[in-house]
Design a protein around this ligand. Sequence first.
Ligand code: ADP
Ligand code: MG
Length: 251
Amino acid sequence: MSLLDVDGLVKRFGGLLAIDDLSLSVDEGELVGVMGPNGAGKSTFFNCVSGVVQPDGGTVRFDGADVTGVDTATLARDGLVRTFQHTRQLDTMTVRENVRLAAPGQPGEQPVSALLRTSTMQETEAEVAERADELIELFELTRLADEYASSLSGGQRKLLELARVLMLEPDLLLLDEPFAGVNPTLTNEIADHIRGLNDDGMTLVVIEHELETLTELVDRLVVLQQGSLLVEGEPEVVLNDERVIDAYLGS
Ligand code: ADP
Ligand code: MG
């Protein structure tokens, strides 16, 4: 059975059809890449799946349950977590505070943690602190743990964002352009972390705008164009597909 099953998804913004009858499934344990030119509907797809916007049609099933239109906080509690194209750390907090406050049940100003305050997943402060420090270590941010997030580079912010979402212990993690604006060294590092999470059993869907960045990383590539599925399949096959080449040249 698929972990994520999207069927006939439609999302309009006024007269614009951002998602046009999109059907897509992701199996448990898969690592899927979503590509497409700017404006293809990649982020909107994540927004519909993760409860950020309400779809106008279609259904989203997660782990067997219909979760169409369910809010972000509830989905996060159920194990479906996404990151945003533009990172949302609080610049007025340190790296360590940002990671700790991402945990469910922690007091804080972030929308997810605020809404999860009544969660049954309450952890003790010491447990949260320990897990936060482990993640900070994993992402090689220990040296920067007491610096304000505002002092981080673009790539370091992406690593911090990963550390934050992992505090939520997702089953399905949706990453929106985790490599955007990141230098080649950090890009490789982030790709290694994504691979490692997948090796440990996490299901991931990764959006990337550039051709080829995902080829080495993912099991399957999905290409969106104008809100619809253009091509999907093995990365090498998809990248050499005429329709994909045309879509990119035409954009
Ligand atoms: P991508 O992530 O593939 O670049 P998006 O999903 O961000 O594309 O956008 C798809 C289309 O929907 C674009 O034309 C974009 O301008 C439009 N769009 C996305 N979000 C909104 C919104 N909140 N309000 C109005 N239009 C939007
Ligand atoms: Mg986008």
